[in-house]
Ligand binder design. Structure first.
Ligand code: SF4
Length: 476
């Protein structure tokens, strides 16, 4: 493997001859360790069975105290898929029995009403609604319409709410996209992963480039405000030549956003992955080379790196928000929306209200059974401590603004930042020496190159990390 030496897009005000020239492969290899995606801090695995319905109810009732009116973000999990993708690590149920949907929809409706009742009038407008899975388009148009209408009767939706849905291209055609648009979805995310037929066969997810291309074109014609495409690197049978072709095809589609995830092979934890032949997987160096290749190709095509595996066109609201320091991150990933409370509905869904985080059971039968008996199906939760809240704000500062000014944090949290985080600041020196951070007595700034390593940098502030097993995906 030859080293990739790359010039990174500089920060505003830095001329091209000041751009650092670095061996990207070397840095990516050094920081390729398991780590969380930080859609929350602490991560959901800190939840215990001792926090549940009571804590959630208190948090819901206290939402609007003191004039605070945080907006709401709503997530619905649809667990059903018709066939299994071998790389899958999601919570899903593989079935072709579509008659299972109606009972599940009833449970979702009960759950929404129970939450609204517990909130006792403290609901604020939903500014962000997202459907994920599983396969949300396992539901037919009538079921999707009924679900969205039902939710709107329980929760107030803001007129300009972001409404997004994950779409498996194999499950929709242009007519279905039209239905999604008329139901009110204005953002769409296509799960592609790779266009090469050998790779697709190896992961049991076959879809032609032409079919995805016609769907992306249709979505654009239909006025979806944001079109995202998901890719995965590190899949079986991927190699530089095949991946180059996939990246060229991706760029030709010109999606507004691209999410590029690293495949984490954990067959002992995720059963479908046992059907992937480990000899087909790129080795660690090959995996890193694929990532470096993707970064170069996406930057060459004019995409901005947002952070944590995400790229966006420079004019996309996410890229604009990043440049203006207005980026946020929540359970749904990077967003331009200010901090919102999250209500998660459905099996395995997570809610976070104020400082309380809870998760529904991951077993479909147990979820449906609890709701049928009129109870929420929570199985674990966590209440953020003061230290969690401080660390959360530092981690989000690094991942969203790429900057932590010590005085701001000292004042807002009543701490002496440099002494509170003495150990962490010492650990950050290695990143500074590698050109990934600028540090002085005022604060920390992530460099343009450092954005690709924001997750390992943030991990330094994760108090729980040393207690965890390596159940997380690789950082890069
Ligand atoms: S990757 Fe998505 S579509 Fe494939 S089995 Fe998993 S949840 Fe279902």
């Amino acid at each position: 493997m030859s080293a990739t030496v790359i010039q990174f897009n500089p920060a505003p005000g830095i001329s091209s001859n000041q751009r650092p020239k670095v061996d990207l492969n070397d840095l990516l290899t050094r920081h390729d360790v398991p780590g969380p995606r930080y859609t929350s801090y602490p991560t959901i695995d800190q939840c215990t069975e001792s926090v549940g319905v009571g804590a959630l109810e208190d948090a819901l009732k206290g939402r609007c105290l003191g004039g605070l009116r945080r907006p709401m973000s709503l997530y619905v999990h649809v667990p059903f898929c018709e066939s299994v993708c071998y790389y899958c690590a999601c919570n899903k149920v593989i079935t072709r029995k579509h008659d299972r949907v109606s009972h599940y929809l009833n449970c979702l409706e009960h759950e929404a009403m129970l939450i609204a009742k517990k909130a006792a009038g403290n609901l604020t407008p939903v500014t962000q609604f997202h459907m994920g899975g599983g396969t949300p388009t396992f539901l037919n148009d009538k079921e999707l319409l009924g679900l969205v209408q039902g939710l709107k009767m329980v929760f107030p939706f803001a007129a300009n709410a972001e409404m997004s849905i994950e779409v498996d291209p194999r499950t929709v055609d242009e007519n279905r996209l039209l239905s999604l648009r008329s139901i009110g979805f204005n953002r769409i995310s296509f799960g592609v992963q790779d266009f090469n037929s050998l790779v697709q066969k190896a992961v049991h997810r076959e879809q032609s480039f032409e079919s995805v291309e016609s769907l992306v074109k249709a979505a654009r014609r239909l006025g979806f405000e944001s079109i995202n495409v998901d890719l995965i690197y590190g899949l079986p049978k991927q190699n530089p030549e095949r991946f180059a072709e996939t990246l060229d095809q991706l760029v030709s589609l010109s999606p507004d956003r691209v999410a590029l995830y690293g495949y984490a092979h954990l067959p002992e934890r995720f059963k479908p992955q046992r059907r992937i032949h480990s000899e087909d997987l790129p080795d660690a160096a090959g995996r890193v080379a694929l990532l470096a290749q993707a970064i170069e190709r996406m930057q060459g095509a004019g995409y901005d790196y947002i952070g944590m595996d995400h790229f966006a066109k420079p004019q996309d609201p996410l890229a604009v928000a990043k440049r203006q320091g207005r980026l946020h991150r929540n359970f749904q990933g990077y967003t331009t929306q200010p901090d919102a409370d999250l209500i998660g509905l459905g099996v395995s869904a997570i809610s976070k209200v104020g400082s309380v985080m809870v998760q529904n059971t991951r077993e479909l039968d147990a979820y449906e059974d609890a709701l049928s008996r009129g109870h929420l199906a929570l199985f674990r939760g966590h209440e953020l401590t003061r230290d969690d809240i401080i660390r959360y704000s530092v981690i989000m500062g690094l991942l969203c603004q790429g900057s932590v000014q010590f005085q701001d944090y000292s004042q807002s949290h009543w701490i002496e930042f440099e002494s509170y985080f003495e150990k962490e600041l010492a650990q950050l020196r290695q990143f500074s020496e590698q050109g990934l951070l600028d540090m002085d007595e005022q604060g920390i700034e992530v460099t343009p190159l450092g954005w690709f390593f924001a997750r390992p940098i943030a991990m330094v502030f994760d108090h729980y990390l040393h207690q965890r097993s390596s159940g997380h995906s690789k950082v890069l």
